[in-house]
Write a protein that binds this ligand. Structure first.
Ligand code: 5AD
Ligand code: FES
Length: 345
């Protein structure tokens, strides 16, 4: 049996077999086949439901210096902002009234938000909206901090591993950051009972198909509840300003592969995908994704959360994005559902 058939039937491959699958990503016939099988699986488990997550980008200060990222510490052109707790609660209220039952609090690694402040924010949201899931996406912390947030009411944590290849990791991050610590964080989060999200950029500078095969092996071992993948998009104020953006087609191919590898995984059709292609998110759903992440951040701050160039939805109110996305999903035969959307066991 070849690797494609094996992936479809057994949902698990060895490194060399993933490499074989990836070597034919440009073949239309294989793309179509994987897509068809991926959609069949996602429909078995999730029907035509798409889970919306309300994203609140609450700070663009960051103490890290990831080479690809527009809000890296050393970018002194970035116009920095922080949301107060009251502003964050206002975003949640707006989101709750629109129907959202999951809030994702995302930010740079900003020391202003101490454990005490985060715990207070998490508790306050949970008290007002006990039936909503709280997802954090605030980077690498100690096990103790993760435990405190969990106890305060955080349910989920998103921390993309970015790349599972050491050498590639070093091309994307300064020496002060390490792949081993990042992986350690993901394992702590799992132990603490979070629903965990990992993931990587497609087409980041220096990435090869072999790197992606290693990402797939890492994900297969970690078994995260969620996997965020989106194309790399250059940011004008980084050393990678002149690099090529990642491929939309390869991203779609990988969404299908990941759906086949982890049939029940929560898989977003990302904003980066929608930025590179006007129908990127629709195509993502049609390749096997089942989550979208509309923005609930205050419109006055949206443009400032500037990870990469030309990010979409920076001028629209949350209600407009909700309407837009729900029309887009209806058009392709899917529906946004306003539930917590927990991972299936
Ligand atoms: N292009 C695409 N995605 C990016 N991210 C950061 N910078 C970029 C970029 N230039 C992604 C990273 C991070 C997530 C929040 O955004 O994968 O984990
Ligand atoms: Fe934001 Fe379409 S989703 S405008």
């Amino acid at each position: 049996m070849n690797s494609i058939e094996k992936l479809i039937n057994y949902h698990r491959l060895e490194l060399e077999e993933y490499k074989e699958v990836l070597s034919c990503w440009k073949e239309k016939e294989i793309q179509e086949k994987l897509k068809k099988e991926a959609v069949k699986l996602r429909k078995n488990h999730y029907g035509t439901k798409v889970f919306p997550r309300g994203l609140i980008e609450f700070t663009n200060y960051c103490k890290n210096n990831c080479y690809y990222c527009g809000i890296r510490r050393d970018n002194n052109h970035a116009d920095r902002y922080r949301l107060s707790k009251d502003e964050m609660l206002e975003c949640c209220k707006n989101g709750y009234d629109l129907g959202f039952r999951t809030f994702v609090l995302q930010g740079g690694e900003d020391p202003y938000y101490t454990d005490e402040r985060m715990v207070d924010i998490i508790r306050s949201i949970k008290l007002l909206y006990p039936e909503c899931a709280i997802t954090l996406s605030i980077g690498e912390k100690s096990r103790e901090s993760y435990a405190l947030f969990r106890k305060a009411g955080a349910d989920r944590y998103l921390l993309r591993h970015e790349t599972a290849n050491e050498e590639h990791y070093g091309k994307l991050h300064p020496a002060s950051m390490s792949l081993s610590n990042r992986k350690q964080c993901l394992y702590y989060l799992k132990e603490l009972g979070y629903q965990v999200g990992a993931g990587f950029m497609v087409g980041s500078p220096g990435q090869t198909l072999d790197c992606i095969a290693e990402d797939l092996i890492f994900l297969q071992e970690l078994k995260p509840h969620m996997i965020g993948i989106g194309p790399f998009i250059p940011h004008h104020d980084t050393i990678y300003a002149n690099e090529k953006a990642g491929s939309v087609e390869l991203t779609l191919f990988l969404l299908s592969v990941i759906r086949l590898m982890l049939p029940k995984v929560l898989l977003p059709a990302t904003t980066a995908l929608g930025t590179l292609d006007p129908f990127g998110r629709e195509k993502g759903i049609e390749a096997g994704a089942n989550v979208v992440m509309p923005n609930l951040s205050p419109v006055k701050n949206r443009k400032l959360y500037d990870l990469y160039d030309n990010k979409i939805c920076t001028g629209e109110e949350a209600a407009e994005c909700k309407g837009c996305l729900s029309r887009r999903m209806e058009k392709i035969g899917y529906q946004l559902v306003y539930e917590r959307g927990d991972a299936l066991e």
